[in-house]
Design a protein around this ligand. Structure first.
Ligand code: FAD
Ligand code: 2HG
Ligand code: ZN
Length: 501
């Protein structure tokens, strides 16, 4: 395996400060021409009631409220004047009871890392931020079950459970800021989904507060429970539109004893596809991540970070991670696979990283793409799933379609799960550029029976396109469920389901 070099060690911490281009963020309501729902407006009396509930854990100064009004991608800006930060489920209940009685709209905010504008207000919704609910309630080390509050940061939970011999069943580049409640509310996928499955399988229970303040105790810690409808599933992926998740119980996989990462370059997308199929067949039992990037992605991340591409320039790159219990066995299997793929001409060049720092250096190229895009300009972010045969075709079509307006167009993603992240970066917020991408991309995805949002949800940005992935009958049923849980529609209005003026 002469072609496999050893990787340069890099100290990589994936929690970084945000830096972005200086383009101003437009007001969501004006830019997208949204009509305000018929809700009450927050008064001084409401603020007094909130203060009585949460004490000093409330923000009303415009500078303090500002970060809660702007989304992570700096595409959207709300107009909220108050952020309430409850510390207990009881406080969340009291806040919602008051908002419901007063007909005040609310938006729940976790780490505000969502990529579809679900977490920021559109108008003057009351922001309920869960960051003060960040206690770990228990870890059962025999059964591997964690119970914690919704505001716990994913990375903190990861470190805590790792010390006890477990891992969190999900991992994503926003781990330093996103909260486990936000992860549940978006049914976040990430890089471990192909190994541990989705949160629908890993969340065992939760406490939820409904719109009228009712506390719904679904906090089971049992793996199996077939007593009636599994209500918690409705809240997973509901993006704060059905209730506020305040506590969760989560099944933890044991920590793998060995991790290896291979990074390789390929000359064509056809070869990328063959690597996917080969790796699943040859090392499926230890495969924990299977990601791809095009050269435009790798170029951008090396342009805006200190990271360097350890391989020569090539149209495509594939990152494979294995995680198992026996390093010798895993390494042997990985090397056999790489040798076969190399001999068959699927791989042009590559490297294997085994220790954690080297592993992080390779992962950095993939995980710091969002950071690099924000530094380049204004990002038009898309997340679709497609049959592998059509996976990259759309990136090439889009690149051609927007070339006169875009700075760059790139494709990468969780190819092992059929999930493509297509990103266009422009130099401004341009309705013309947006109009070239949407609804064209969604029409094309629907034509190939893909999903227009396999990971990030619909939030504000994609809600009107729900019919591209769900039937009229399914959406009507969702609307009926929404009315049942939240008759006044105060929970996260203008999000997830299509809204009408
Ligand atoms: P927020 O952004 O604050 O909120 C997201 C939605 O959930 C909003 O609709 C909000 O109202 C609702 N919500 C938040 N907390 C609660 C709660 N306690 N109860 C009810 N509703 C709530 N996503 C993926 O799926 N896979 C990835 O690999 C991935 N990688 C990312 C990488 C980067 C760099 C970034 C910036 C984002 C990434 N995301 C990814 C998107 C985002 O991180 C996830 O959607 C994450 O799960 C959101 O968590 P959060 O706490 O930031 O939620
Ligand atoms: C990821 O997989 C996230 O890194 C973000 O889902 C996707 O950058 C994106 O478009
Ligand atoms: Zn993703």
């Amino acid at each position: 395996m002469k072609a496999f070099k050893s990787c340069i060690r890099l100290v990589s911490v994936l929690k970084r400060c945000r830096q972005y281009s200086t383009v101003e963020v437009p007001l969501t309501a004006e830019y997208y021409n949204v009509k305000r729902g018929n809700y009450a407006t927050v008064t001084a009396d409401d603020v007094t009631v909130f203060r009585d509930i949460v004490g000093s854990n409330i923000l009303t100064e415009p500078d303090d409220v500002e970060p809660y009004n702007v989304d992570w991608m700096r595409n959207l800006r709300g107009q909220s004047s108050v952020v309430v930060k409850p510390k207990t489920t009881g406080q969340v209940s009291q806040i919602l009871k008051h908002c419901s009685e007063r007909n005040l709209a609310v938006v729940t905010q976790g780490g505000n890392t969502g990529l579809v504008g679900g977490s920021t207000p559109v108008f003057d919704e009351v922001v309920i931020a869960l960051s003060s609910m960040n206690r770990v309630l228990s870890v059962d080390e025999l059964s591997g079950i964690l119970v914690c509050e919704a505001g716990c940061i994913l990375e903190s939970l990861s470190s805590m459970v790792m010390d006890k011999g477990f891992v969190m069943p999900l991992d994503l580049a926003a781990k330093g800021s996103c909260q486990i409640g936000g992860n549940a509310a978006t049914n976040a996928g990430g890089i471990r989904l192909m190994r541990y499955g989705s949160l629908h399988g890993n969340i065992l229970g939760m406490n939820v507060v409904l719109a009228n303040g009712t506390i719904l105790d679904l906090l089971s810690t049992m793996r199996k429970d077939n007593t009636g409808y599994d209500l918690k599933q409705l809240f997973i992926g509901s993006e704060g539109t059905l209730g506020i998740i305040t506590e969760l119980s989560i099944l933890l996989p044991p920590k793998p004893k060995a991790e290896n990462v291979a990074f390789m370059s390929c000359e064509s997308f056809d070869k990328v596809q063959q690597i996917c199929a080969r790796s699943k067949a040859m090392i499926g039992e230890v495969l924990s991540a299977l990601e791809f990037m095009d050269w435009q992605s790798v170029d951008l991340v090396t342009k805006h970070t200190e990271l360097r591409n350890p391989l020569e320039r090539s149209p495509f790159y594939v990152l494979i991670e294995t995680a198992g219990s026996n390093n010798r066995h895993d390494e042997e299997k990985l090397n056999d696979f790489l040798e076969a793929a190399f001999n068959e001409g699927l791989i042009k060049d590559g490297l294997v990283a085994t220790d954690l720092t080297k592993v992080n250096a390779v992962w950095g190229l993939r995980e710091r793409l969002v950071e690099a895009q924000l530094k380049e300009g204004v990002v038009y972010k898309y997340d679709i799933s497609l049959p592998l045969a059509n996976f990259y075709e759309i990136v090439e079509m889009m690149r051609e379609r927007v070339k006169h307006l875009a700075l760059c167009t790139m494709g990468y993603g969780h190819i092992g799960d059929g999930n493509l992240h297509l990103n266009v970066v422009g130099d401004s917020h341009s309705l013309e550029l947006l109009g070239l991408i949407e609804p064209f991309l969604f029409d094309w995805t629907a034509k190939h029976r893909g999903s227009i949002s396999p990971e990030h949800g619909l939030g504000f940005k994609k809600s009107k396109y729900i019919y591209h992935s769900k039937s009229k009958e399914a959406v009507t049923l969702m609307e009926d469920i929404k009315k049942l849980f939240d008759p006044k529609g105060i929970l996260n209005p203008y999000k997830t389901l299509p809204y009408t003026d």
